[in-house]
Design a binder for this molecule. Sequence first.
Ligand code: SAM
Length: 188
Amino acid sequence: MTDFGNAGAWCREIWQKYIHEGDTVIDATMGNGHDTLYLAQAVGESGRVYAFDVQKEALEKTRARLEKADVLDRVTLICENHALMEKHVSCEVDAVIFNLGWLPGALHDVTTNADTTIEALKAALRLVKAGGFVTLCVYPGHAEGERELEKVAAFVKDLDDKRFDAVSRGYENIRLKPPKLFAIAKKQ
Ligand SMILES: C[S@@+](CC[C@H](N)C(=O)[O-])C[C@H]1O[C@@H](n2cnc3c(N)ncnc32)[C@H](O)[C@@H]1O
C-alpha cells in the first residue's frame, strides 16, 4: 500500500540528511526528550545540543532519557521560553527544530503559543548559519495549534526568497487536521 508517512517522519528525514557529527543544534521544544536524544546521537561527542522547554517536568524526563543513553554531557537543558533562546545561545547553529503543542502524557494546559512561536522562529532564523535550516512540526488539531498553523504559514510565505528557501508538506484531504511540516533553509 502507498503510505506518504507523516510530518514527524518528514522532519526526521530532513534531520537525518542534514545534521552531521560535530554540529551545534537547538531543540526548541524538548518535551519528553525523544527528539533531543535523536539530535544528541546525531551530533556525536564533538557536537552540542541546546534544548528548551518551559516545564521542569520536561527537563527531568529528558535528563533521565539522555543519562540512560549516556549522551547527557553533549546537551545543555534550559528551562526557558524558546522566544528567549538568544539569551542562552550566542553562537551560530546548524539547525533549530520545533515540535509544537503540549507535553505528551501531561495536561494540555501548557501548549506552545502562536505569538511566542513566531518570536522564537525569528530568533531561530537569526541564530541559524548560512547553509543551516529550521524545521517545525505544527499540530492544527486544537484551537491554539490552528492559530499557530495560520501564523507560521503566513510568516513563512513572506520570507525573503533571496535569503531563505521555505517549503511545507501536509495532507490536503484529511478532516482531522493532521500535523504539517515547515522547513526553512538559510541560503549561503
Ligand atoms: C509536542 S511537545 C515536544 C515533544 C518533544 N519534541 C519530544 O520529543 O518529546 C511540545 C513541548 O513544548 C513545550 N513548550 C510550550 N511552550 C513553550 C515555549 N514557549 N518555549 C519552550 N517550550 C515550550 C511544552 O512544554 C512541551 O513539552
